[in-house]
Design a protein around this ligand. Structure first.
Ligand SMILES: [Zn+2]
Length: 471
């Protein structure tokens, strides 16, 4: 409910690595496919291919809490001689896999779908396979039939067969079939709304900028809607509980936020941006829209200054969605940035004290991490099951370190570096080393020491027992 609260669950793809691979089968795959794998290294879904585009049709059944889906995955092979390819497929039950109408052999292993290619691929081939599936996801998709509502909660592979690694970006054409009378939001441009028989309708969107699959999603419900506009941006606000005037009040600053972040990023946000209040979530960003809870909407209605989460999710349109951490071990680049930029927006909107309040909160959390021995480097390999403390490192310490960098470099060099970093990696993945290079170029300084101390390692806990002065 708060931007400083991590919106990660151990079930999300952000807890990468929680799925263990069965080793016998994977060893055989490595030999068969010609993909070099070190002993003990698990093959990734998407190994040896680059996904270019998904065309998906999803039809959830609200009452049954289930879904039917099909997806055409267009990809390019990167490795010669590959005979099998793999995708993330959660708990989905795959019914068929075809290429040009021809059925392909497949098997489901853990949360992976392994597909046999009819002939070994040459490197650089473009191919497309069609997958038909069904499922009753326990997470990844939330059903609230009492509100006629369904929406995605990360873990895209629980409702769409895909490659859910953050470095894999693709464009998306998503069709969602829901009961007539529901309103829906999805990624990118709305292409069509088509009435079907049986009181159903299909919403179809197209996401043109390639995005990582964890920001794919949708929400549909009996929403009331209000709109607004910013600089070349169409804004939509939706809620099943708040009225259009209330929604306009809650989201009154959205246009200003997008303008502010666009200036800080050096890249203007265009197209549409939707914000929907759903039954329950701690807040999540998707490509082109954000989901927050009805309860949070009411909180902002009472207290407009509580809009840090609105700002956090809007900031993700740049930092997280468009510039994405290459792997989950550098997730701080997404979340530290979103928290920091939200605070920068509060500073712009309400003044210095609002910013300082956020910084003090991060600092207190970091002090607590240190006192309890839970602090660690921002780059963190062990995202097996992130604890609340691990997430505090990423979200709060991550934001605090950006604040320290700002103080270290001064306003002009810092923001010049943020713009250079964002523009250089917009539409791509990035690493902490990329951020360091951009900041060094912007400031003309060697930041090796700063990054070693704050990003790549952790400071030792304050030595209280020896009577060292408190900080
Ligand atoms: Zn976030």
């Amino acid at each position: 409910m708060h931007p400083l609260t991590p919106h990660t669950t151990s079930a999300s793809p952000r807890a990468q690595g929680s799925r263990r691979w069965r080793w016998g089968a994977a060893g055989a795959l490595a030999l068969a496919s010609g993909v070099a794998l070190a002993q003990g290294e698990s093959p990734r879904a998407g190994s040896g291919i680059d996904v270019l585009h998904y065309t998906a049709q999803i039809e959830p059944d609200l009452a049954q809490r289930s879904l039917r889906g099909q997806v055409a995955i267009r990809f390019q092979t990167l490795v010669a001689g590959q005979q099998q390819i793999e995708f993330d497929a959660g708990e989905l039950q795959v019914e068929s896999v075809r290429e040009n109408g021809q059925a392909l052999a497949f098997e489901k292993l853990d949360q992976r779908l392994r597909v046999k290619l009819p002939a070994p691929a040459a490197a650089g081939q473009r191919r497309e396979i069609q997958i038909v599936y069904r499922g009753a996801p326990k997470f990844g998709l939330e059903f609230h039939p009492e509100r006629s509502e369904v929406y995605t909660v990360f873990s895209t592979s629980q409702w769409l067969v895909c490659v859910d690694a953050p470095r894999e970006r693709a464009t998306l054409d998503l069709s969602l079939t829901v009961p007539s009378g529901l309103k829906a939001v999805g990624n990118g441009r709305l292409l069509a709304r088509t009435a079907l028989g049986g009181h159903r309708q299909t919403w179809r969107w197209r996401q043109d900028l390639a995005m990582p699959s964890y920001v794919y999603g949708f929400a549909a419900g009996r929403y009331q809607e209000a709109g607004g506009s910013g600089d070349r941006v169409e804004l939509r606000y939706l809620s099943a509980e708040l009225s259009p005037p209330q929604l306009r009040k809650v989201f009154a600053d959205t246009a200003d936020m997008l303008r502010f972040f666009g200036r800080r990023a050096g890249i203007r946000y265009t197209g549409s941006y939707s914000q929907a209040l759903v039954a329950k979530t701690i807040g999540q960003e998707h490509a082109g829209f954000a989901l927050m809870s009805e309860a949070y909407g009411r909180e902002v209605l009472e207290k407009p200054q509580a809009q840090a989460l609105i700002a956090h999710e809007a900031a993700h349109q740049w930092w997280g969605n468009a510039v994405t951490c290459r792997d989950w071990n550098e997730f701080w680049l997404n979340e530290g940035f979103a928290n920091f930029m939200a605070a920068a927006y509060l500073q712009h909107r309400y003044g210095e004290a609002a910013y300082r309040e956020q910084v003090e909160g991060w600092k207190r959390r970091l002090d607590k991490l240190r006192e309890t021995g839970k602090d660690h480097a921002l780059i963190y390999e062990r995202w097996l099951k992130p604890s609340a403390d691990d997430r505090a490192v990423v979200y709060q310490k991550g934001a605090y370190v950006l604040h320290l960098l700002r103080e270290e470099l001064g306003e002009r060099a810092f923001w010049r570096g943020v713009r250079a970093y964002t523009r250089a990696h917009y539409g791509h993945s990035a690493t902490s080393a990329d951020l360091r290079r951009a900041m060094e170029r912007a400031s003309g300084r060697d930041l090796g020491g700063f990054f070693a101390r704050w990003v790549e390692s952790a400071e030792p806990a304050p030595a209280r027992a020896t009577g060292a002065p408190g900080r």
